[in-house]
Design a protein around this ligand. Structure first.
Ligand code: FMN
Length: 145
């Protein structure tokens, strides 16, 4: 990669590496955000985020995960409870819930290994895609309630 759209840097081994500037800036600018505007997220931005997940690597190419869009207050409140009452979750205009679909991965990898695959790469892709669409995000963990 050459020209103004690349950042030149030195890797840990002293090798000169070049990274696409726009891509690197998305990584630099992504930070967890826990305070949100009361503004609905545009549909095209949600589609971009979902598309970024489709492009992420998945074990065996199975894409063994589901993404749920949650916008309603009742469901957001339940998710807030599931995430140890982190109130900012219910204040976000949109909550995306990433769930492993173990039935698909178990089908190919068996009961021992199949359930271990979680949509981590998809989750990271979605955070970066959201940032590149001008949105703030915070990854949160949850539990069954
Ligand atoms: C697996 C995982 C779980 C996380 N869970 C929470 C969470 O429950 N609540 C929260 O406020 N932040 C959560 N975070 C966000 C981290 O606190 C945050 O990424 C970290 O402090 C680094 O800050 P940055 O995202 O601004 O770079 C989580 C991050 C990861 C990777």
């Amino acid at each position: 990669m050459k020209g103004p759209s690349s950042i030149r840097n030195r890797g840990s081994g002293g090798h000169r590496i070049m990274i696409n500037e726009a891509f690197f800036q998305v990584l630099q600018k992504r930070r967890s955000v826990r305070s949100f505007k009361r503004k609905q997220v545009e549909e095209f931005k949600i589609n971009t985020i979902v598309e970024s997940c489709d492009l992420a690597p998945s074990a065996g190419g199975l894409q063994s995960y589901e993404i749920y869009q949650v916008k309603g207050n009742d469901k957001k409140n339940l998710l807030t409870r599931a995430a140890w009452d982190q109130m900012f979750i219910s204040e976000a205009p949109l909550v995306l819930v990433f769930c492993a679909n173990a039935s698909r991965s178990v089908y190919k990898y068996g009961k021992q290994i199949g359930p271990l695959f979680t949509p981590r790469c998809h989750n990271c892709s979605s955070l970066c895609a959201a940032r590149s669409s001008g949105l703030g995000t915070c990854k949160c963990m949850g539990r069954s309630i």
